[in-house]
Design a protein around this ligand. Structure first.
Ligand SMILES: [Zn+2]
Length: 295
């Protein structure tokens, strides 16, 4: 029986080697408990939909090993870091745990970045000074490890940029970016890529759609942020959620989310896959080797 190739696989004209034409989900929290019921089947759905690889950013020290094991078990990439929303509950010693984990796994080819780190100035009641301290400390660890970073940015682009001016780090991805064109330009000028996902599929998301259409083609990367940031077709309003309906986003949605980027840019789907994959590999260079088909 001839088994058909997944849709992201193309054969080159010159030889019969298989060349991947992948969709890359640069940001998915597959360690989240929402996936406990069907994690393997969920990732299989993504593969069938043409998603070649995902990047799993950790959010707290207690998850580092689980995220790493999961990435190895599913053939994915991962990042280690302490999320700004987890900083209040984190201990200072967790920064030492991060330093140790980055050193211990320095030669792990699936460890592609430090993340998810950053600042959240949207959620009320968080300790901003502590967030800032953890952000700067983790930038220093990224610099020392020579790894790119995956940044959480919510109403905090100014603060993040101030940190990047203080600590020179390899760039990376500003995930779920939703700021002005001027702030976007400040990241781009420093070599950062911006992550676009489910939010872009809403027509009312004018600012995000404008950025997705107009930024240089070397900038956008795709992400789901699964299980969060559902695209428009999975969105449930407050009333529906009160009735118990859930909107769980997953990497299998990525190719459909990508259609919005393709439409906004006037790209074919093939161009969109190739361009965003190239951008993801430029942002997170270790991804490239993980995409190579086994010899
Ligand atoms: Zn995230």
């Amino acid at each position: 029986m001839i088994r058909s190739q997944p849709s992201y696989v193309k054969r080159s004209r010159k030889d019969s080697r298989v060349i991947p034409m992948p969709w890359i989900d640069t940001h998915c929290h597959l360690d989240a408990p929402e996936f406990d019921v069907d994690r393997d089947a969920m990732w299989q759905r993504a593969r069938t939909a043409g998603v070649a690889i995902g990047v799993l950013p950790a959010v707290k020290a207690a998850h580092f090993e689980h995220v790493r094991e999961l990435a190895h078990a599913l053939g994915l990439a991962y990042a280690l870091g302490i999320h700004p929303l987890c900083v209040d509950e984190a201990r200072d010693a967790d920064l030492d745990l991060l330093r140790d984990a980055l050193a211990r796994h320095a030669s792990d080819k699936r460890l592609v970045a430090v993340g998810e780190i950053g600042l959240d100035w949207f959620v009320p009641g968080l300790d901003r000074d502590r967030q800032e301290r953890f952000y700067i400390a983790q930038l220093k660890l990224a610099r020392d490890a020579g790894l790119p970073s995956i940044l959480h940015v919510r109403r905090s682009a100014d603060g993040l940029l101030a940190g990047l001016r203080r600590i020179e780090v390899p760039s990376g991805i500003a995930h779920a970016f939703n700021g002005s064109a001027q702030l976007a330009r400040s990241f781009v000028e420093r070599g950062w890529r911006l992550g676009f996902g489910g939010a872009m599929t809403f027509e009312r998301a004018r600012q995000i759609r404008e950025l997705a259409s107009t930024l240089p083609e070397s900038v956008p990367v795709l992400e789901t942020d699964a299980p969060d940031i559902p695209p428009q077709w999975l969105y449930r309003n407050a009333e529906q959620r009160a009735r118990g309906e859930v909107a769980r986003n997953e990497p299998a949605e990525l190719p459909r989310i990508a259609q919005t980027l393709a439409q906004l840019r006037g790209w074919s789907l093939e161009q969109t896959a190739a361009r965003t994959a190239a951008n993801a590999c430029a942002a997170l260079p270790r991804l490239q080797a993980l995409l190579r088909p086994p010899v």
